[in-house]
Design a protein around this ligand. Sequence first.
Ligand SMILES: Nc1ncnc2c1ncn2[C@@H]1O[C@H](COP(=O)(O)OP(=O)(O)OP(=O)(O)O)[C@@H](O)[C@H]1O
Ligand SMILES: CC(=O)C(=O)O
Ligand SMILES: [K+]
Ligand SMILES: [Mg+2]
Length: 569
Amino acid sequence: MSVSHSLQLRLFTPPPTAIPTHNHLPPPTLLLPRAAHRRFLSLRASFSPETLVSDNNGAPSPPPPSDPSSIEVDSVTEAELKENGFRSTRRTKLVCTVGPATCGFEQLEALAVGGMNVARINMCHGTREWHKEVIDRVRRLNHEKGFAVAIMMDTEGSEIHMGDLGGASSAKADDGEIWTFSVRAFDSALPQHTINVNYEGFAEDVKVGDELLVDGGMVRFEVIQKIGPDVKCRCTDPGLLLPRANLTFWRNGSLVRERNAMLPTISSKDWLDIDFGISEGVDFIAISFVKSAEVITHLKSYIAARSRDSDISVIAKIESIDSLKNLEEIILAADGAMVARGDLGAQIPLEQVPSAQQRIVEICRQLNKPVIVASQLLESMIEYPTPTRAEVADVSEAVRQRADALMLSGESAMGQYPEKALTVLRSVSLRIEKWWREEKRYEAMLLPSVGSYFSEKISEEICNSAAKMANNLEVDALFVYTKTGHMASLLSRCRPDCPIFAFTTTPSVRRRLNLQWGLIPFRLSFTDDMESNLNRTFSLLKARNLIKSGDLVVAVSDMLQSIQVMNVP
Ligand SMILES: Nc1ncnc2c1ncn2[C@@H]1O[C@H](COP(=O)(O)OP(=O)(O)OP(=O)(O)O)[C@@H](O)[C@H]1O
Ligand SMILES: CC(=O)C(=O)O
Ligand SMILES: [K+]
Ligand SMILES: [Mg+2]
């Protein structure tokens, strides 16, 4: 088999008659037939000369269908593009945890309209039937209203957590109060000031004098007495106890984890949930409390064997000391990562969380994996309609670090102002992104080569060059034609100034691209003939008023490894 790669750099200038020339291109001087105006500079790396990619004058391409509906993009993006143009589209993606406050069809639709790119369901809470209904509603929303909201299933993991408070939505623990934490299964209602704990070994593992942290320290207790399965604790830091909040215990200032470190990352209940996720065709599975790369590799091969066609991306949640120790290899094995600051902040000192976040975001970018910054971004908005200034600063910092996505947890799952919280994420993202572009704050981040094969390295070089060209020429958009989504993610990694229109053939790839920075995923059927793909895309997008004549575009594709620069005819 012959191997051929071509890196083509084309400068396509349309005839001057009908088409306004972009101010970065010199006006053409002669009126010639169309083909003669295609000035191209081509730089080719090829292993076999006879397979050099031609100038697309080979096989005739099928005529472009005239039906404009054969390109799919979500209605919110479409409206945004029409109203404000390319420059103002949001680049940072938004994930919303769906809970009792947002599980209805209209509520989900309001989130989608507000910019939700990914809906997260947390298997810690609710029944499988409940989750199935949410998945069905999101699917219906996509189907009926043209959204491409992806679904992320988050596993429970083998953490130690409280029971469900006997149906109460929360309970207040006051300073000095004595509460009982028990592994007993209570048949009837819970006695007052009693908390059920899910971990059998709890009473054996804790010692009198240990500090017990609820929800990473939102509420604290001191262990004062052990009576069989019951552990009596005195509240030292008062606060609100939420159903199934997680529990950690500390001894002499450090986390005790000898025993729960032996618990599997994926519990037997998690495997059932994963089977459920696979059969429902979720787009992402996020694995809680990942300790090593092996568990990710293991899960990925399990998914591959179970679901031949539906690719599910595996997101490693970084929320434990072990995951920080094995960070590079975990991220390398996974398809993406989440900075799960809630639990992370319970496992390492709080003041170390910001630097851990920065490191995780940076490594993900270098290894070309999408990264989500999660937890407490707008925590006060669970109760109040406006965020604190500190929360806005925290969101800004994550956007400034150029994370792929931000996530709402309780704010959207059970808060009073889910849509308002989403609006805050959206407007802060837009503002910080704009500021970044205006200030031309290009970071001096070296993007190492991530591919193992020569053809992958070529793709990387093409994307790096295309992104640089797009910035230097101040083009309106990058176009990428990608079957697997890989070229799109390589462009996203460069964090270019302009939006990236990612054309892909399958709905599931389109949904998964929705997690990545700066990508506007479109579904479009295309061929190996780039000339015909481009012409077809131009006419379809023009018919929907999404682009106009004269817009300057840089296009790359993973079928024909090329870079083309052109004005929309
Ligand atoms: N499906 C659900 N049903 C009921 N309550 C939910 C559901 N999903 C989330 N919640 C509520 O929203 C809160 C925040 O949601 P989130 O999923 O971020 O919580 P978490 O338990 O802190 O996360 P994790 O367990 O992954 O660390 C939860 O503590 C819970 O009270
Ligand atoms: C999201 C999550 O699991 C955490 O912050 O702990
Ligand atoms: K979880
Ligand atoms: Mg967690």
